[in-house]
Design a protein around this ligand. Sequence first.
Ligand SMILES: [Zn+2]
Length: 394
Amino acid sequence: MNNADSLCLKSFDPGQKHGPERVALLVANILENADKCKATDVYIEPWLDKLQVCFRVDGVILPSTELPRELGPNIIARLKFLANLLSYRQDIPQEGRITQVDSLEGIEVRVSTFPTIHGERVALRLFRRENRQFILEELGLEPGVLKNLKDAIGERTGAILFTGPGGSGKTTSIYSCLSHIAKTEKTRRHIVTLEDPVEQILEGVSQTQVSPSTGFDFSLGLRSLLRQDPEVILVGEMRDPETARVAIEAALSGHLLFSTLHAGSSCGVISRLLEMGIEPYLLTSSLRLILNQRLLRKNCPKCKGNGCAACNNTGYQGRLLLLEAMVLNEEMRRAILNRADRTTLEEIFVNSGGITLVSHAIAAVKAGLTTREEVLRVLGSADCATVLFSNQGG
Ligand SMILES: [Zn+2]
């Protein structure tokens, strides 16, 4: 793979000395290059013989540049200084954020350090505050799903839950829902959020960043927030049973709730909530819609897969939202009340005409929007491979 050309730091000359100013410049350079490549993450890893810098672009890790290993401690010390971390502790993981990068307007960087046997490894996540518009109709949803979603967000109570791994576009989807409520409804609703972190500023929405390290976590934030009479609430993530319980109760008592949960599928969300101790009858009466999503890279329109300068030689450019949307029907409700397992719920979902991630992905491959390899990379289960390849002829 030779993506390095377009991603590397052209101005870096390893022959030069690396004093503090030079290190500061180098760090600024890495961030600027990451921004230019539209990277969402930067990883700086000390290896036995070098310092490897990689970028994550469209969900895929690409090597950016290799630096002399001796530079590692200086670069990491600089990042720790910018993020207010303890630079003298190299033996513990640390987390912080850089709210203002001098050379990059509107970018916030979340910094996470981790000790390895070769030295500290750093992961940087870039959040761009770019006056972006979040428009529900532009998410690329199927007409049926868009209608389900609009119906659900028009309600005054109930929960709309999203699942999918990090970087699968959940925040964009939820922000589009909140913007839709803020901008299109005639009667204004009080919309509030609890987020970690606040990724973009939304007009007409009261946003709060929780800070678990100081004890102001989702659970505490939500309990306090309910006394402020919100009507629409976003709880960034249901991480623990207490947050899930308070959130679901809020969804049953005059609030429209948006939240996310870690689970592999829409049915997995229900199983996860049951495991967290939420009573089945609370779920059947509160859940309006569950959305499970992934982002697939789209074939590059310029080179159609061969690789060109426009796509960093990857053959892909831009991404496609893959979505599984589940509305509870009567059979599903009965199954939940009987605490049916995930497999049973999944059977009911498919038998009642539910579009799964796999079936949506197959349609995208057939339409020439993406490739089988990309689907396998993102969905990556043996089941998925069987389904995809048995459909090869059709
Ligand atoms: Zn291309």
